[in-house]
Ligand binder design. Structure first.
Ligand code: URA
Ligand code: SF4
Length: 194
């Protein structure tokens, strides 16, 4: 990929002017993502919901409160992680984004990944996971570390929305999030490299 963007802010500016797919026709705000590369973790959700669309920020609604609590419980600061979505505009009535919408929006996420160079990409939910890791089920893959051919480490996690209706899932999610410091430590020590 040619690097069109030099900074996360440049990607965000491009997103805020984007008219490449139909999703932007009825939005209040674009949601490019926020945070930093400091901790080396990139969380990727699906797409903005109502609250995110209203505020132009990712994961600020009910699922967001859960995500942000779990991030803090894992000993991380919200401003040290980056939080993004597969599509940057809210799908109408919170429907799943269509494959062609995801495809059209993909270069922005690719650019964010290229700039952030995350140590861990933590996918939230099966749709986000499915874009990176093929032929896997979330019930089997969640909380496990996967290493792609290019060396990128992935940690599939449940989508925090599931924890809104299932306390059991919240417990499992918390266990998965609490693995993050250990995984980072292993990466630092080169123990997850091939
Ligand atoms: N759900 C998502 O997938 N992303 C958000 O930003 C908010 C809720
Ligand atoms: Fe552009 Fe992505 Fe919004 Fe579609 S969803 S208009 S590709 S920013």
């Amino acid at each position: 990929m040619t690097m069109e963007y030099k900074s996360l802010e440049q990607v965000a500016e491009a997103v805020r002017k984007c008219k490449k797919c139909g999703l932007c026709s009825d939005i209040k705000n674009y949601v490019p993502g926020e945070g930093s590369a400091k901790s080396g973790i990139l969380f990727i959700g699906e797409g903005p919901g109502k609250d995110e669309d209203l505020q132009g920020r990712p994961f600020v609604g009910r699922s967001g409160q859960i995500l942000r609590t779990l991030i803090r419980e894992a000993g991380l600061k919200e401003e040290d992680v980056f939080i993004a979505n597969v599509v940057k505009c809210r799908p109408p009535n919170n429907r799943d984004p269509l494959p062609e919408e995801i495809e059209t929006c993909w270069p922005y996420l690719e650019a964010q990944i290229a700039i952030l160079k995350p140590k861990i990409i933590a996918t939230l939910g099966r749709h986000s996971m499915g874009r990176f890791l093929k032929d896997m089920t979330i019930s089997n893959a969640h909380g496990r570390v996967f290493r792609a051919k290019n060396g990128q480490i992935f940690l599939p996690l449940f989508h925090p929305a599931v924890a809104c209706y299932s306390p059991t899932k919240l417990t499992v999610m918390r266990q998965d999030f609490l693995k993050i410091p250990k995984i980072l430590e292993k990466i630092e020590k080169g123990l997850l490299a091939e």
